[in-house]
Write a protein that binds this ligand. Structure first.
Ligand code: NAD
Length: 516
C-alpha cells in the first residue's frame, strides 16, 4: 500500500465521529483495513517491515462477527528492527529534561482528550464493549498520560546519614528499552498504563497490543507523531504472542518487560527470560476474584448498594476485567434473598437495558461456552443465562453471551477454579467469617477481592486476611494511580502505579559521600 493510500485510510478512521459512521465505513470498504507497525516515528507499510501477506492476522468485530482489519504478524527480524529503533532513541530520550518529557506527554493526553470519541468508537467496535464503557477507559488512558507527565516533575529521592560520617543518597536512572505487552480486554487503557510511565521515566519502548484488539494502538501512533514524541522513543508493533511477543521479550536488547495478560503467558515469559537475570519483569496476570457478602450488608439501608456493587463487579465489560468478582460468597442467613435480588437486578440492569457488550473473539466465546456446557452437565442451577449455541466463523451474528448466574456449583468444579473471564458468576453460601475467608483464599490467584459489610471492625479483620493485592470494601474498581497495583500468588509479581511504576522503569544506585 502506498503511503498516500495508507494516509487516506488513516484519515478515514479519524473522520468517524459516531458508531454508525464507523460501521458504514467498515461496510463500504471492499477489503479490510490493514494496520501498519509504527517504528522510528512513522508507519511502516507491511512490505517495509518484511512481512508477507501470509503473515497477516484478521481481526473480527465481536458484535457482528464481520472482519474489520488485518494486522501484520511481525516476524522476529522486524521485531529486532523495532527494538533497534528504541535502542537508538534511548541515549537522547533518557537525558531529556523532565520538564520537556512532561510537556510532550501532557500533549499526548490533550490529543487523546480531543479525540476521545473517535478512540471510544473504535475501541467499542474492536473489543465488543459498550460505547459508554469504552469512554470510561479512554478517560483512564488520558489520565495515564496526565498523571505520569506531572508525577515526574515532583519526584524526590532518599538521603541517609551513616553515623554522621557519610551521606548516602539514591540516584535513579532510566532502565533502558522495554517490551510493553498488553491483553485484549481494556486495550487502550492497559497499553497506555505501560507506555505513559515508561516514557515519563526516560525509557524507550516497543509496545505490542493483543492481536485480538489492535485498532486503538494503531491510532495511537498518529497521536505520538503529532505530540512530538521523538522518533524511536515509542514503537508499536502488531502480531501474535508466539511469534512477535516471544521474539520481543526474549531479545537481549530488551532491558525490561512490563506484561499484562494470562498467568500461563506470564510463566512462558519467565521461562523465556530466565537466563537474563538483570531484565526487569513486571507481570500483571489473571484472577478469579471473590466477592464476600455479609448479612449486615443486606439490611434495607444498604441492600441496593450491595447488590449494585456485586453486580457491577461481576458483569462490567462482560466480566472481561481481571478484577471482576466472579465467585460470590454469601452469608447463609441472607443467601436466598441475595440470589433473588441479585438475579432481578442483573436481569433489569444488564440484560433488559443491554448494558453488556459481546465477548472479544470467537475463540473466547467458545471457551466460555464450554464452561457453561460443563455447568449444565454438572447440574448447576442457571438463575440467568444458559449455554450459548456453537458458532461458525462465517456466521456474522457476533459473540453474544447473556449474563449468567449459577448456583449449586461444586467447590472443586473447574467453573469455580478456572478464570473464565466472561459474564459468568457463581454464588455459594458460607456459615461464618472464618469460612468466608477460607473460601475466598482457596484459589491459585490473588489479584482482587470485594468485601461487602457494614461492620467497621470486620472491614479490617477480614480485609487484612484476604490474599489479594487489591481489596475493595463496599465499592469496586475505584482507582488512584499512585496506589500499588498488582496481585499475589499466581496473579503476578511486582506492582505498578506512581512510585511503583518508577521502580519498574528505573535502576537505582546508592552513592556514599564521606564528610571529608
Ligand atoms: P494472553 O496472555 O493470552 O495475551 C496477552 C498478551 O501477551 C497478548 O498481547 C499476546 O499476544 C501476548 N503473548 C502471548 N504469548 C506470548 C509470549 N509467549 N511471549 C510474549 N507475549 C505473548 O492474555 P489475553 O487472553 O490477551 O488476556 C486475558 C488475560 O489477561 C486474563 O488472564 C486476565 O486476567 C489478564 N489480565 C490481567 C490484568 C492485570 O492487571 N492483572 C489486566 C487485564 C487482563
Amino acid at each position: 500500500m502506498s503511503s498516500s493510500t495508507s494516509d487516506r485510510r488513516l484519515s478515514e478512521l479519524w473522520s468517524c465521529v459516531t458508531l454508525d459512521e464507523a460501521s458504514s465505513l467498515i461496510d463500504s470498504t471492499s477489503s479490510p483495513f490493514s494496520l501498519q507497525n509504527f517504528v522510528g516515528g512513522q508507519y511502516i507499510a507491511p512490505h517495509d517491515s518484511l512481512t508477507n501477506s501470509s503473515q497477516h492476522i484478521t481481526s473480527f468485530e465481536p458484535k457482528t462477527g464481520r472482519p474489520i482489519y488485518t494486522l501484520p504478524c511481525t516476524q522476529p527480524h522486524a521485531v529486532e528492527a523495532a527494538i533497534k529503533a528504541a535502542k537508538a532513541a534511548f541515549p537522547s530520550w533518557s537525558k531529556t529534561a523532565r520538564a520537556e518529557r512532561s510537556a510532550i506527554l501532557w500533549k499526548v493526553s490533550e490529543l487523546l482528550q480531543q479525540n476521545r470519541e473517535v478512540f471510544a468508537i473504535w475501541e467499542s467496535i474492536d473489543q465488543g464493549k459498550t460505547l459508554d464503557r469504552a469512554r470510561v477507559e479512554v478517560d483512564r488512558a488520558i489520565s495515564n498520560f496526565s498523571y505520569f507527565s506531572t508525577f515526574i516533575l515532583h519526584e524526590q529521592t532518599a538521603a541517609r546519614m551513616v553515623d554522621g560520617v557519610a551521606l548516602t543518597y539514591e540516584h535513579r536512572s532510566p532502565a533502558g528499552v522495554f517490551a510493553l505487552i498488553s491483553p485484549w480486554n481494556m486495550p487502550l487503557f492497559l497499553l497506555t498504563w505501560k507506555i505513559a510511565p515508561c516514557l515519563a521515566f526516560g525509557c524507550t519502548a516497543v509496545a505490542k497490543p493483543s492481536e485480538v484488539t489492535s485498532m486503538t494502538a494503531f491510532l495511537l501512533g498518529d497521536i505520538f507523531q503529532k505530540a512530538g514524541v521523538p522518533p524511536g522513543v515509542i514503537n508499536i508493533i502488531f502480531g501474535d504472542g508466539a511469534t512477535t511477543g516471544a521474539a520481543l521479550v526474549a531479545s537481549p536488547l530488551i532491558n525490561g518487560v512490563s506484561f499484562t495478560g494470562g498467568t500461563q503467558t506470564g510463566i512462558a515469559i519467565r521461562r523465556l527470560t530466565a537466563h537474563q537475570i538483570g531484565k526487569h519483569l513486571s507481570l500483571e496476570l489473571g484472577g478469579k476474584n471473590p466477592t464476600l457478602v455479609f448479612a449486615d450488608s443486606m439490611v434495607p439501608s444498604v441492600r441496593e448498594r450491595t447488590i449494585r456493587v456485586a453486580a457491577m463487579a461481576a458483569f462490567e465489560n462482560q466480566g472481561e476485567i481481571c478484577l471482576c468478582g466472579s465467585r460470590i460468597y454469601v452469608e447463609k442467613s441472607v443467601y436466598n434473598d441475595f440470589v433473588r435480588d441479585f438475579t432481578a437486578y442483573v436481569r433489569e440492569k444488564y440484560v433488559l437495558k443491554q448494558t453488556v457488550g459481546a465477548v472479544a473473539s470467537l475463540q473466547h466465546y467458545d471457551k466460555i461456552r464450554r464452561y457453561l456446557e460443563l455447568a449444565a452437565e454438572q447440574k448447576a442451577t442457571f438463575h440467568l443465562g444458559g449455554a450459548p449455541p456453537t458458532l461458525n466463523e462465517d456466521e456474522a451474528q457476533g459473540y453474544w453471551i447473556e449474563p449468567t448466574i449459577l448456583t449449586d456449583v461444586a467447590k472443586n468444579s473447574a467453573i469455580q477454579i478456572d478464570e473464565i473471564f466472561g459474564p459468568v458468576v457463581t454464588i455459594t453460601p458460607f456459615d461464618n467469617e472464618q469460612e468466608a475467608i477460607q473460601l475466598a483464599n482457596d484459589s491459585e490467584y490473588g489479584l482482587a477481592a470485594i468485601l461487602l459489610t457494614t461492620d467497621g471492625a470486620r472491614m479490617r479483620r477480614v480485609g487484612e486476611q484476604l490474599e489479594a493485592g487489591l481489596v475493595w470494601v463496599n465499592c469496586w474498581l475505584v482507582r488512584e494511580l499512585g496506589t500499588p497495583f498488582g496481585g499475589m500468588k499466581n496473579s503476578g509479581t511486582g506492582r505498578e502505579g506512581g512510585e511503583h511504576s518508577r521502580d519498574v522503569f528505573t535502576v537505582v544506585r546508592t552513592l556514599h559521600l564521606p564528610a571529608y
